[in-house]
Design a protein around this ligand. Structure first.
Ligand code: ZN
Length: 305
């Protein structure tokens, strides 16, 4: 469905009162919206990759909308327990952030703390331990920056880019949190959960489980807390994973398949809505009310990191 037509449908449903009625319905009350974010811009990352990043200003608009629409933002652990117990509050929402970018601590956390909102961060531990800068993203960002160095050519452009890249590394752009930083946000109440050690989804389920266990132990070592929830890297999950995860006491796993979770959802295949700068505010609010689930949509949005 073309985006413009969708917004028209969302506008109409807002004006006719359908959005409000659906948001207040028993149908929505039995469902949980799990929101997925990746990076929150330290500078202009949302202009470079609006599918992966959101600006702090847009994130604030989203959090304000959750308050205005009377949502209850729950910690993920409590939210999924109450989903299956049938005791969810009205318009339940859980906030999740993938990959453990440093900008979560610098940009998102202050906004969440100011509103008293809980969040889960899914962490790939190999990056945190080894080299917090995500090299492939940094390369892509620098090439984009190079294209924006107007009027400069050849040697001059490269020099200016070199100065900028020093600044980027200093500002921790496109880098993930260190083990010490993860321990710090865990102590501040953020739930640190699993995203595999190496950000992989191998075909062999035993190899996948080895990676998940390494990830779990690394997180427990950093935070002193045993993680129980997983997010599939790049939203990829395979049938062979599910029984092994269940046998290894992984309680839930989230995908990037858009949808609201219900008690009928498999706990190891929970849908999420991936929000970013590229998402229109009307679309976001349509997911919060539940209206968006009644329109045709893409079945999968891959996680770009
Ligand atoms: Zn990821």
């Amino acid at each position: 469905m073309v985006a413009g037509l969708k917004w028209c449908a969302f506008e109409l449903s807002g004006r006719s009162g359908l959005t409000r009625r659906l948001a207040a319905s028993r149908w929505r009350q039995r469902r949980l919206l799990i929101l997925c974010y990746h990076g929150v811009s330290l500078a202009d990352e949302h202009e470079w990759n609006p599918e992966l990043y959101i600006s702090p200003r847009t994130l604030e608009k989203r959090l304000d909308a959750l308050a205005r629409m009377g949502c209850t933002v729950l910690p993920l652990d409590e939210a999924v327990r109450r989903l299956y117990d049938g005791t969810l509050p009205d318009r339940a929402v859980a906030l999740t952030f993938d990959d453990g970018f440093y900008d979560f601590k610098a940009r998102a956390l202050p906004l969440l703390q100011a509103r008293g909102l809980p969040a889960t961060v899914y962490v790939t531990t190999q990056r945190a331990h080894r080299n917090p800068t995500v090299a492939h993203l940094l390369t892509s960002y620098m090439l984009w920056k190079l294209g924006r160095v107007k009027g400069a050519v050849g040697h001059e452009a490269m020099e200016r880019l070199s100065v900028e890249s020093d600044g980027m590394l200093h500002a921790r752009l496109l880098s993930v949190m260190t083990p010490e930083e993860l321990a710090g946000i865990s102590a501040a109440g953020v739930a640190i959960e699993m995203h595999t050690h190496r950000h992989v989804a191998p075909i062999d389920p035993d190899e996948f489980m080895d990676d998940v266990r390494t990830n779990r132990e690394a997180i427990a070592g950093m935070t002193g807390r045993q993680p129980r929830h997983l997010c599939y890297p790049s939203g990829i999950y395979r049938p062979g994973y599910l029984s092994r995860l269940a046998a290894d006491a992984v309680e839930t796993a989230t995908t990037c398949d858009p949808g609201l979770a219900s008690a009928a959802s498999h706990p190891l295949m929970l849908p999420r809505f991936v929000d970013s700068e590229a998402c229109h505010q009307l679309t976001f609010e349509a997911w919060v009310s539940g209206v968006a689930t009644w329109l045709p949509r893409r079945t999968r949005t891959a996680n770009a990191a």
